[in-house]
Design a protein around this ligand. Sequence first.
Ligand code: ATP
Ligand code: MG
Length: 183
Amino acid sequence: MKFTRLRLNGFKSFVDPTDLVIADGLTGVVGPNGCGKSNLLEALRWVMGENRPTAMRGGGMEDVIFAGASSRPARNHAEVSLVLDNTERTAPAGFNDADILEITRRITRDVGSAYKLAGKDVRARDVQMLFADASTGAHSPALVRQGQISELINARPKARRKVLEDAAGIGGLYQRRHEAELK
Ligand code: ATP
Ligand code: MG
């Protein structure tokens, strides 16, 4: 699965609808301090089901909603959509019959998050599981947060091993085993 588009509306500093085309190859995001580069990466994590507000640099999940500026009122919703190219049919069973797969997460103040996958209402867990085996996902080692390199250098061996396991794509197996044990 390839990421081809990221759409944001009301997410953090992206108050106006923003549609980013993610072309093949390496994508660089450049801009002055505070222009929203990290917010973009957070939007990507968020739409894949990230549920820890701290991973969004917030105290609560509603902190991702545009909080207002001197000239603009705060919003009540934030929405992020991620479009995936699935022409190689690598999406997990059940999601694998279309060339394009779109995931949308929307958060509403005092209500919380709702997810859609290919236009249908789904649970957060369905979206998280979609990425669990793909070595992508909100917790993917492929998404490197600012400051994470120095954290990795200073990490204990067990934490470092977890990063290597996730990078090797076996994190999803652990997650499925854990789910199976809970049932
Ligand atoms: P740097 O180069 O310093 O890493 P950056 O381009 O990564 O900067 P971000 O951290 O993505 O910048 O963006 C920070 C900006 O986003 C700040 O101006 C902050 O006020 C704004 N911001 C964060 N959350 C919200 C929110 N909920 N509503 C409005 N603006 C927000
Ligand atoms: Mg940054």
